[in-house]
Ligand binder design. Structure first.
Ligand SMILES: [Zn+2]
Length: 360
């Protein structure tokens, strides 16, 4: 289906030339090992009639297992089972052509999808995305078919979608819904973690974000998915998740809807004009209206004053016991004065007994 020519990918705005950084006139091999650059001649290993210079970007040995020229993979009869990390890696092998297809379909960068561990399942004919727990372990795999329908591989759990460098940089960390929104914000260089749905993932996010400095903003990204009946899952989820995280992490958490009335982050990116990614990142950050949720105020209770009543009762009981043990029941005890301890009880018992002895 895919022609051999598609071993070479023309650079675009979102996938610029790694040699000259421009969005046109250059091509990169699918394994990202070679580049025909139309501008940079220095260090080239070859030149073509079209005025392009061939550069070796990296040693093909490192990537040889990640890409093979056979785009139509043989039927996969074996998929490593239940070790979701192995399975996700298996899907990510030989998937470059499919990942490129998805990057074009979604309007996100090829690099963002590979960083998220995107793969392709031949058996299912769908893209695969590893989902991780708060410690980074792959706990499940979500899928997306060519019609955009999303599922999860049976037996796998839901988790977070993020790249190994998710926390790099100093800007806000966005917590958006789903793999494609995660890829969209990663495409423009923002720190981002994908949530499995509008409401899920709070426990895993708590584990993942526990040591993020409180002066670095964390923003839950909602979606404009209002329903005709008035419900708004994306907004409700953003409020719920930010409120729960504020409490669990004991810090302020923001939430926001995408800029410019876009449905979600990916739709926003797709609608934007061709601009450098840094500019797009600025427009995204300045275009959102951040609502902030503070952690609930927890008053540390003052140490409870010692309850004097049980102590007095104890004293009284002890006093009576001592008297009764000596065969003198029925003694009236005035225990209104407080503040005395065991020695006072002893003293009073002895005093009463002495008085009685004197009276006898
Ligand atoms: Zn170039």
């Amino acid at each position: 289906m895919t022609s051999p020519q598609s071993n070479w990918v023309r650079v675009t705005r979102l996938n610029p030339c790694p040699k000259c950084g421009k969005p046109d006139n250059c091509s990169v091999s699918l394994d990202e090992c070679l580049c025909w650059c139309g501008r940079i001649s220095e260090g080239a290993i070859d030149k073509n009639a079209g005025g392009q210079f061939l550069h070796r970007l990296k040693d093909s040995d490192h990537a040889s297992h990640a890409w093979k020229p056979n785009f139509d993979q043989p039927h996969q009869q074996f998929e490593p089972s239940r070790d979701w990390g192995n399975r996700a890696e298996y899907f990510a092998q030989n998937a470059a052509a499919r990942i490129l297809e998805l990057s074009q379909q979604l309007g996100v960068s090829f690099a963002s999808l590979t960083a998220l561990g995107t793969g392709w399942s031949v058996n299912r004919q769908c893209w695969t995305f590893p989902e991780r727990n708060g410690e980074g372990k792959v706990v499940g795999i979500s899928t997306r078919d060519r019609q955009g329908q999303k599922k999860r591989i049976t037996g796998s759990k839901s988790g977070l979608t993020f790249a190994s460098d998710w926390r790099e940089g100093t800007g806000p960390i966005f917590l958006v819904e789903g793999a494609s929104d995660t890829a969209a914000l990663k495409t423009i260089g923002l720190a981002v973690v994908g949530r499995p749905s509008n409401l899920a993932g709070v426990g895993q996010l708590t584990d993942l974000l526990f040591d993020i400095a409180t002066d670095r903003e964390i923003i839950v990204g909602g979606e404009r998915d209002q329903k005709p009946n008035g419900s708004w899952p994306g907004r409700e989820g953003a409020i719920s998740v930010s409120t729960q995280l504020a409490e669990a992490l004991d810090r302020t958490i923001g939430w926001a809807l995408p800029p410019d009335d876009a449905k979600d982050s990916r739709a926003w990116l797709q609608a934007m004009p061709e601009l450098p990614v840094e500019r797009l990142a600025d427009l995204f950050k300045t275009g959102i209206d951040i609502k902030r949720v503070n952690p609930p105020i927890t008053l540390t209770p003052a140490p409870e004053p010692k309850n004097t009543l049980p102590l007095n009762e104890w004293r009284a009981t002890m006093f009576q016991d001592r008297l009764q043990s000596l065969g003198h029941p029925g003694i009236y005890l005035d225990h209104s004065p407080t503040g005395a301890g065991k020695s006072r009880v002893d003293f009073e018992a002895i005093r009463v007994l002495l008085q009685r002895g004197a009276a006898a």
